[in-house]
Design a protein around this ligand. Sequence first.
Ligand SMILES: *[C@@H]1O[C@H](CO)[C@@H](O)[C@H](O)[C@H]1NC(C)=O
Ligand SMILES: *[C@@H]1O[C@H](CO)[C@@H](O)[C@H](O)[C@H]1NC(C)=O
Ligand SMILES: *[C@@H]1O[C@H](CO)[C@@H](O)[C@H](O)[C@H]1NC(C)=O
Length: 358
Amino acid sequence: MAFLSGKTSWLAFNLGILVGFFAISLLLHSVIHSFRVRAPLAIRSWKEMEDMSVLQKIPHTHQPGSSKVSDDLSHKVRILCWIMTGPKNLDTKTIHVKHSWARHCNVVLFMSSTTNNSFPTIGLDTNEGRDQLYWKTIRAFQYVHKNYFDQADWFFKADDDTYVVVENLRWMLSNYTSDQPVYFGKRFKPFAKQGYMSGGAGYVLSKEALNRFVKGFRTGVCQHTTSVEDLALGQCMEKMGVIAEDSRDTEKRETFHPFTPESHLTGVFDKSFWYWAYCFYPIVEGPQCCSDLAISFHYVDSELMHTLEYFVYHLRAYGYDYRYQPAVPEVAERLPVHYKGKPATEVITMTTNETGSL
Ligand SMILES: *[C@@H]1O[C@H](CO)[C@@H](O)[C@H](O)[C@H]1NC(C)=O
Ligand SMILES: *[C@@H]1O[C@H](CO)[C@@H](O)[C@H](O)[C@H]1NC(C)=O
Ligand SMILES: *[C@@H]1O[C@H](CO)[C@@H](O)[C@H](O)[C@H]1NC(C)=O
């Protein structure tokens, strides 16, 4: 390698390295780029905060009058959805809840530590942080009880990264009446005799369950015992005689899911994973994990939220009859019908006298 000594060859050597480096990085760049398709305009703009109004243009997926069965249920099984969020999440997460699944609820409320009139959010006058979660939940349910008790039959709590198929929630609930002391969600088994509902997948309280929850705090039967919100709520429910019900479909497939669709459908949970010890019902991995009428998934980011909205309300296989088509439960025939602004006269016969006395 004598020709590599001398100044010129030293330069040539360095130049060679430089050229080689550029060639490789160019190659890598084009390879990586070919895997990364540029995000569609709507997503790019909300990420860059240029044009939030793009979201407003995403069409509402539900065409009034075109879905008789779900329309009918929406007047019989009125669901108030409240979403637990915080000031920092509004523009990154919560906005996507607002413009996707939350549109299907009868009433939607965004609960935060502080009021924001433009979003809008309701300020619960708490601090932010995980240790505040149960206070937020207590105050949110008290607020809902005081101000919205007559506007819904069921009261659903979700996080700002939960995705919900509200029509499927209505179908599941239409097998019950809201004067029953019941609540539903992804059922976990430890720390309470009847178990409790996992927070991230969301849970739903009947009108009577909400009544008892608020009464529990008014009478001191329930207290802020721990900041582990879902567990604490479950323990209060148990004390107040509210039954943790089974939300699985008629084929015993789960409807509330504490992880992403991908984790449940294609994931394998490690045997040492806490999940095995927590689930009330047997865990099913793979396609049978999830009901065809699934209600919720958790850890859903903004892209997946709009993707799921498309999968649920638009994408279908032409000419295909869905194999799982359970009937509307018999109970639903007898549920009172409510129309907005003109409540039916048979509205709600309360079993207790607690209404509005918060
Ligand atoms: C209120 O919400 C909007 C989003 O709708 C956000 O841009 C704004 O910063 C929020 N204001 C405060 C004081 O957090
Ligand atoms: C309705 O609820 C009863 C329990 O009250 C249950 O046995 C039945 O399977 C449920 N039906 C549906 C369609 O969920
Ligand atoms: C409700 O309260 C009224 C008095 O305020 C009482 O007359 C009535 O019996 C109560 N109803 C029930 C179901 O407790």
